[in-house]
Design a protein around this ligand. Sequence first.
Ligand code: F6R
Length: 600
Amino acid sequence: MCGIVACRTATSAAPYLVHALRLLEYRGYDSIGVAVRGSDAALVTVRSIRRVDDLAALLAARDPDGLGGVGIGHTRWATHGEVSERNAHPHRDCTGSLAVVHNGIIENATELRAELRGRGHEFASDVDSEVVCHLLEEHVDAGRDALAALEATVARLRGSWALVVLDGETGALVATAHGSPLVVAASPLGVFAASDVAAIADWVDEVVPLRDGDVVELSDEPRWMRAGVRRSAPAAVSAAPARRSVEPLDHPDFMAKEIAEQPAVAAGILDALRPGIERGRLWRELGLPDFSRVAVLGCGTSLNAGTVVGRAFSRLGGVPAEALVASEAAESVLPPGTLLLAFSQSGETADVLRALDDLDPGIPVLAVTNNPHSTLARRASSILHCLAGPEVGVAATKTFVAQVVTGVCAALSALTAIGRVPRARLREAVEELARAPERLARALDVGAATIPPVVARVSAAPGFVFLGRGAGVPYAVEGALKLKELSYRWAEAYPAGELKHGPLALVEPGTPVIAVDDGAPRLAGNLAEVAARGAAVVTIGGPGSTVPTLGAWSPTRAAAAPWGPLDAVVPLQMLARELALGLGRDVDKPRNLAKAVTVD
Ligand code: F6R
């Protein structure tokens, strides 16, 4: 989704902006732009509806001596207005000397635009963000400096924003945020701001996240203000965990790298959390109240991971669990005694944050996120960092596994602490969980050998059906989600028993039916029904399956793993990736999608 970078550096700003924009690319975008203060104090704005390489070439074609060390850059994921150069950021005021980059949505942009037009302002784009430029212009005209003008401007806005303003006339660079992430940082190389730490992590050791309402001047000694009064800066956090390469190094793409990292990710989480499971220490350290039911909240893959964890609470501890689609959660009534687990790898998903606004504020919230400095982490009652490391591919892979393993550790510890699981049963589950890294590694090997022939069989199919039963269902749902987002083919997921109530009509000779076969009773009968209609059945299961990833599946293993067949997700990810590559798709940056979905 949209990304912001800004810098004030001793040498030319352009190479810094280009490098940072490359590191923001993974978030998903459809246009890109920078504004740099020229040596004559005029703003040079370069925008493109192509990729960062195109922008870099346009900048390289300019006289390097003409560009100074102060600049702002942006990747745009269109919300208001088509994808076009005129709608790309940075936007400017009528005089052309104030440039603005914005993430978020200005909800009252239509009213403000009409009001500003009425006062003679001319708009050059269709985007909501442009109103900010013209409001600023009025305050600067009234004699305010950029910082005061920005504070006065945001007082007129409704919605969410991370904003950085470059005043070409004075060279001032000012930033503010409200409901959208932004960090600032200083180092001997210069002063930086970004919406994503990864963009600037190569140049700084620490970053300072803005609180809602902070306004910062990015001078050599950043000046922090709030409601017109000078404030001290919030606490800094390390930038090192966000540092990453722009290339997937030894892998053909980031998705391949991140799929391959899953056994190590699971092992790292277990090293950190397993000692706290028995005796309930992990749970108690979270400082949350006891509970009698759980609700899991999330979107897409994170919702699927949450569903798996919710089922672990019910299957192991008999605790009622419900899964809430974040964008629909406002409809839900959560009874007293509910613990809400909010799953979000980015911690910035607007639907999840909005759900927290809409749900009862008295409900304790445990955030399970890969971003411990995110808005979700700040708003939750407590947080579990799921330790997946940076995930660059837009399609979530290792963060799914990380959220499941982290969430299951929390579930096992909590159920122990509240006395909902007998000791022997707990030990059996912990031993099974400890086998996850080895099982995931085996799934990679089996998938490498068996997925290519499956892809060859199904690559011409226009649509796919994914099935599971019981604990296998959320994995089938995740497999279908991965396949549609990467290959752009239709994929429907169902509990297998539901098929005969309608979806069976989709099945015709050759329709691929991908079944997560964890030995659930009655699945074989459902598969016989589709096979009888000519479906190309692919089973991901134990020995004898098309993809025998699950090793020797047994009722004992099923009972010991209330979180279901986690290792099945690996071949499902591989199937989606390889099918997509065969169809010529960009698996790291699927069309229309974004890594952090910061609009609702
Ligand atoms: C799918 C995918 C999305 C995200 C969803 C929630 O591969 O990545 O479905 O899972 O947008 O994102 P987070 O986890 O950041 O809240």
